[in-house]
Structure formats: structure tokens, C-alpha cells
Design a protein around this ligand. Sequence first.
Ligand code: C2E
Ligand code: MG
Ligand code: MG
Ligand code: MG
Length: 283
Amino acid sequence: YEAKQDRHAVRRFHADLSAAALERMELEQALRAALDRAEFCLHYQPIVDAATGEVRALEALVRWRHPQLGLVPPGRFIPLIEGTDLIVPLGAWVLREAARQLRVWRRERPGLRVSVNVAPRQLAQPGFAEVVQAALDEFSLDAEALILEVTEGAVLGQDGEAHVSRVAALGLPLALDDFGTGYSSISRLHRLPACWLKIDRSLIQDQDAAAPARSSRPIVRALITFAHEAGVQVVAEGVERPEQWRDLRGWGCDLIQGFVVARPAAPDDLVWGPWRLPSAQAD
Ligand code: C2E
Ligand code: MG
Ligand code: MG
Ligand code: MG
């Protein structure tokens, strides 16, 4: 009886697998067509000075403007697309579009920067640095204008560290994104030529002040100290509550990004602040 059940399970597994594979292929084709039809757009989320609330940079976050489904968030298609070569043309489009938009903003806001997420496969492309340089040149931007956000996964992967170093050697600023989610290794941090350490929101949001020893508070404080010793600025991601912002500021965190400041928005809908730390709710 058990063996029979196993056989059923195996058959079902194969059926599910081919359905999933079919969906994957269909989604891949749809994404290819979407790229041709220019259905992607970028939203931007402010990254503010923790002390003054002034906007220093914006993170560009891609969305798919689907004719039927509406605005599709990246979590629904980026993981798939990152596993295919489609990420290369999409990534190049994101870089150029972010550069174009930054050129417009810089007329009013010199020194503003935009950070762009870069997938491991993109980083590994031999011509990647040239794609970034072409976007900067086309819109007369300096090398510091665009910050390339890479995850630990990209650095850990095969030759990852070499790809990262090659890009950094050209003077392109790097941010280590989602720090604290993967096999974060503090020991390699000092070897990475990153200008920003972005602490993942899972560490930011697990900050029970009532039980500090059991929350991530000591880890976050230690990361800030460590990053500063290594000459790296710290960005806290996913800051949702005023108390979190206040604590992070007290610990010397440099930059804040999260719903407490603003959600990602289309360029026309952005509010520029300066953002004030809302007074904490009475408790
Ligand atoms: P990420 O790079 O870590 O971007 C931050 C994500 O956290 C964004 O989700 C943002 O909306 C969300 N977020 C910001 N503040 C808060 C907060 O206070 N609370 C909560 N709960 N969430 C917050 P989004 O826009 O859905 O993007 C998800 C991920 O998709 C990004 O994570 C990034 O890994 C990827 N992604 C987005 N755009 C691109 C792109 O152009 N290329 C590549 N390769 N990946 C991208
Ligand atoms: Mg990011
Ligand atoms: Mg992130
Ligand atoms: Mg994250």
C-alpha cells in the first residue's frame, strides 16, 4: 500500500513539475514580449540621512506594467528572470532608465544618487562595466552617480568576488544588499570594496526593545560599528516605525530606507521631504 502511495506521489510530482515548467516557459515568453513592448517601469524609494531626514539617494525598483494584471511587483518575476539571460537586457534597460531619470533630477538636486539592483548573472557578463559606463556617459553623470546593489549571493557565487572587484576597480560604487539574510560573513566584509552595507529588513524588524538580548539589536549595533571601522556607510532597510529610526540614529546608522519615510513611488508621485522623525507614539 505504501509503495502504491509512493507511486502516486511520484506521478503527481511529475505532473506538477511539468505544469510548473510550462508556466515557467509561458512566463519567460511573456517577459520577453514585455521587454520588446517596453512594459517595465521604475519606482523609486528615498534613502534619507538618518540624522537630518534629507534625501541622499533613491533606490530604483522595477515593476511590470502588465496590460491585464496591472502593476506586477518584482518578487513575482525577478527570481525567474534572474535565472535566465533575459536579466541582461532587462538589467541594461534599468541602468539606462535610472541614469536618464537621475539626469533630470540632478538639475534641481546636485549630488543626488540612484541605487540600482544588479543580479549575479548581470555582474558576471564580460561587458557589464561597459553597460554601466555607457549609461553614465550618455547622461553626463559622474562615476559616483549610480550605486550598484549586489547581494551576498552574487559575491559568494563562482568568481563572484572577482566580478565585484573588477567593477569596483573601475570606480563604480557598490552596496552590499540584504545583509543578514544569506550566509553573511563579517570576515569578508572588510575585503569587499563596498561603500554601503544595507542591513536587511529582517534584522531591522526583529528589534524587541523589551527583550534586547534575544532580538537582533546587539547584532545591528555591532554591524554598524564594524562597518564604520571598515569605512563603510550603513543603510537600514525596511524601517517601518519611528522607534526603529530613533534607535538606529542613536547607534550611528547613516541612512534610513523604509515605509516610515516613504514607500516606493513613480517619479511624478515622489515627495522629497526633508523627512522628520515622527514623534513616537505614547506607550
Ligand atoms: P531589495 O533590493 O531589498 O529592495 C527593497 C524591497 O523592500 C522593495 O521591494 C521595497 O519596496 C521593500 N521595502 C522597502 N521598505 C520597506 C518597509 O519598510 N517594509 C517592508 N515590508 N518592505 C519594504 P520590491 O520593490 O517589491 O522589490 C523586491 C526585490 O526585487 C528587491 O529587494 C530586489 O531584490 C528585487 N528587484 C527590484 N528591482 C530590481 C531590478 O531592477 N533588478 C534586479 N535584479 N532586482 C530587482
Ligand atoms: Mg536593493
Ligand atoms: Mg535590499
Ligand atoms: Mg531586502
